[in-house]
Design a binder for this molecule. Structure first.
Ligand code: GUN
Length: 293
């Protein structure tokens, strides 16, 4: 029987434990972690994510400082806002929702966030620390999606040591930090991408396959090793025809129905990685708060 990895449930456990911890921190320090959420413009997917992140943060007791600003905001104006947030005492974490409008250089913005307040773990200093630090370091600010994937793998209790892990996708947000985390767990890691030769054969060798390419159902069922574990990071909106009616549907990067036949465990879309990303953002904010106390 294939195990369906319930990201919703695992994320709920993490949020419950954070809520508890934040309550205790409030009693100890008389204040709670603060998260500044910056959204530039109105990209629909970003609005959905920001709304979900804000709601979850408030539910665990984090104070949200919301900055939803105009799409035409200049890079200098955004840098000025971040400078203010860097200095603001009630802000422990800063999240700038990506993507940013084309006239703004994302890396310049990410570099300007105080590394101690880097709720996404995207600042070069935190990227470097992730590469160098011991895996038991509890103070690291780690990119939320890959860390959420790792927590799911740990939650289902699979032994990662010596396993062949294939990460499909080499983004700074998911692919590269995912590979770092899996190396720390003593996996043998391959980062595959759009230029990888014989991608199917590479995937077929994966005891653990993490798909983060952003292409609906690109990874086919027969690319999955028998008994492999599949973590599907993709959240793609496609149109499907249901009884003559065109409807929107969310699908992952993996052809779930086919992959399920070979995998020993697999994350669904939705309800897999998505909720974990948000829970890990709350975790980073709490860590940043504790580091500041
Ligand atoms: N856009 C897509 N994923 C993310 C994320 O994890 N953090 C931020 N800030 N923007 C994103």
């Amino acid at each position: 029987m294939t195990m369906i990895i319930n990201g919703k449930e695992i994320a709920q456990k993490l949020r419950d434990s954070l809520k508890n911890e934040i309550n205790k921190l409030k009693n100890t320090y008389g204040k709670v972690p603060g998260l500044a959420v910056v959204q530039v413009g109105n990209v629909v997917a970003s609005s959905v994510y920001v709304k979900a992140k804000t709601k979850s943060a408030k539910e665990v007791g984090i104070e949200v400082i919301d900055h939803h600003i105009d799409e035409k905001t200049s890079q200098d104006q955004l840098l000025k806002l971040i400078d203010e947030l860097n200095k603001q005492n009630n802000v422990n974490g800063i999240l700038v929702q990506l993507p940013l409008p084309n006239h703004i250089n994302e890396q310049v913005i990410l570099d300007s966030i105080d590394p101690d307040k880097d709720a996404d773990g995207f600042h070069p200093l935190n990227v470097g620390k992730l590469s160098i630090a011991n895996k038991n370091d509890e103070n690291l600010l780690i990119p939320c999606t890959p860390y959420g994937c790792l927590i799911m793998l740990q939650d289902i209790g699979i032994d990662l040591v010596g396993k062949n892990a294939v990460v499909v996708g080499r983004s700074n947000i998911v692919g590269k930090p995912m590979a770092q985390l899996l190396v720390k767990e003593s996996c043998t890691v391959t980062i595959a991408h759009s230029k990888t030769k014989d991608l199917m054969d590479v995937c077929k060798n994966a005891d653990i396959l993490v798909a983060a390419v952003g292409k609906p159902k690109m990874i086919k069922g027969d690319w999955i090793k028998k008994g492999g574990v599949v973590i599907d990071v993709g959240i793609n909106r496609i149109e499907v025809n249901i009884n003559g009616e065109i409807k929107n549907k969310l699908v992952g990067d993996v052809d779930y129905e086919e992959a399920e036949k070979n995998a020993s465990a697999i994350t669904p879309v939705p309800g897999g990685v998505g909720p974990m990303t948000i829970a890990c953002l709350l975790r980073n904010t709490t860590i940043a708060f504790k580091n500041s106390c």
